[in-house]
Design a protein around this ligand. Structure first.
Ligand SMILES: Cc1cc2nc3c(=O)[nH]c(=O)nc-3n(C[C@H](O)[C@H](O)[C@H](O)COP(=O)(O)OP(=O)(O)OC[C@H]3O[C@@H](n4cnc5c(N)ncnc54)[C@H](O)[C@@H]3O)c2cc1C
Length: 386
């Protein structure tokens, strides 16, 4: 093993997850999605095998590994055509924040279910009027004796229908300074006043997006995760894992698209040789393969920095990885469709569905423009533009 290879253990993990996901495959995944069904069997099987909570400490039911491990799981699932978006949310964002800032009692309550897949946690920050500008969120948390009362509205929240709880970002007034700060609450999806409504999307996925309405949702004091005066740092703890996971989701999808396209290009013959013999077909595939490998390398760098405790260094790498991976995945899906000709648009060949799935990676969880803003400011020292 050289410095530029992942550990043997990580490589074995990748192979094991690929074998497991390969038993299910893309056809099974898209059939479930089109029938409005869930992929719960796969979710529970990865949980049972210890892959879902691989980044969470062992004493709370996890594997005691790092973000690099769960990112590898996420990538290999997507590379088999079974991308699970809720992995980004439940174990990586929510699991990380609760592990870092929850009390021991909160960790005991929520982490084991996140690890074995029996109690998924969604994450809600985006709001209709704030969008990318999360400093403008208006969901409020008001203290009432020992309890909290939440009011507000969220949008594009993934997997609420499959979740027992949602980690909600709200604003509360700092008792000392009077300033409003972000605070995090675990809200049960069956809490009185918590409602949600499906948003029809063009993505072929069993994991759906929702509007969420919080109407005088009353929560006990111990629903608050972390310090009520220190929300921003706590929220940021989930951002690097979120970006590393989103990058892995994209590189997995890119690998799936490239694999399908290369196989087709070797087989399909319309003139004298297979279409892959034409450089016009081969070069775009070689190009997206290079882009994907570069994005994977940056993702592994970001994960290695994060797991070594370098949150600051990981921030730049995680943003760059997420950007590069989303671009590679969009280009890979486009090249895969083109390679398939008319078949590229059919449901039977299953590549056109990747166009929207990969495209979402340019928008969520953070848009490509906001990453470019970050790199312009933090890496290049250019003025803030917004
Ligand atoms: C499939 C999917 C799943 C999602 N899941 C979740 C979830 O589970 N939980 C959750 O909280 N959210 C989720 N989101 C929301 C996602 O994080 C937001 O869509 C994203 O942050 C962008 O916000 P917006 O859609 O409001 O776009 P807007 O903020 O309205 O932005 C519109 C466009 O303007 C650009 N723009 C805005 N400001 C600037 C600027 N200063 N400089 C340059 N360009 C700018 C943006 O980059 C974007 O291209 C999900 C979204 C999708 C598509």
């Amino acid at each position: 093993m050289s410095t530029f290879s992942e550990s043997e253990e990580r490589q074995e993990l990748r192979k094991a997850v690929a074998r497991l996901a390969g038993k299910y495959g893309r056809e099974w995944f898209t059939e479930k999605a089109r029938a409005g069904e869930k992929t719960t069997e796969l979710w529970l099987e990865i949980g049972k095998n210890g892959y879902l909570g691989i980044n969470i400490p062992e004493e709370y039911g996890g594997g005691g590994g790092g973000i690099g491990d769960i990112a590898a799981v996420c990538e290999e699932l997507a590379a088999q055509g079974c991308p699970l978006l809720l992995m980004v949310v439940s174990p990586a964002i929510c699991g990380t924040i609760i592990t870092r800032y929850g009390t021991d009692e909160q960790k005991q309550r929520w982490l084991p279910g996140i690890c074995d897949g029996t109690s998924t946690m969604a994450f809600a920050i985006t709001e209709p009027d704030a969008g990318t500008n999360t400093h403008n969120i208006t969901t409020t948390a008001r203290k009432d004796g020992s309890e909290w009362v939440l009011n507000g509205r969220k949008v594009y929240i993934s997997g609420v229908d499959e979740a027992d709880n949602v980690l909600v970002v709200a604003r509360a007034e700092d008792a000392r300074t009077g300033k409003v700060k972000p605070v995090l609450f675990v809200v049960p999806t069956d809490a009185p006043g918590f409602e949600y409504k499906h948003i029809p999307m063009e993505i072929v996925s069993p994991e759906l997006q929702f509007q969420v309405f919080l109407d005088d949702v009353r929560l006990p004091g111990d629903a608050l995760v972390g310090d009520e005066d220190g929300g921003l740092v706590q929220l940021f703890a989930g951002l690097n894992p979120e970006r590393i996971m989103a990058a892995s989701f994209s590189t997995g999808l890119a690998r799936y698209a490239i694999g399908k396209a290369a196989a087709y290009a070797k087989e399909r013959t319309v003139f004298k040789d297979a279409i892959g013999a034409h450089q016009a077909v081969a070069h775009p595939l070689a190009q997206v393969h290079i882009e994907t490998e570069m994005a994977r390398l940056m993702t592994q760098k970001a994960a290695a920095l994060y797991d070594a405790g370098d949150d600051f260094g990981a921030g730049e790498a995680a943003n760059m990885a997420k950007y590069a991976a989303a671009e590679a995945a969009c280009n890979a899906a486009d090249a895969a469709v083109q390679t398939h000709g008319g078949n590229g648009i059919t449901q039977e060949y299953g590549v056109a569905g990747l166009l929207v799935a990969t495209r979402a990676g340019r928008i969520a969880p953070v848009s490509r423009e906001m990453i470019l803003n970050f790199v312009a400011m933090h890496s290049l020292g250019l003025p803030k533009s917004y």
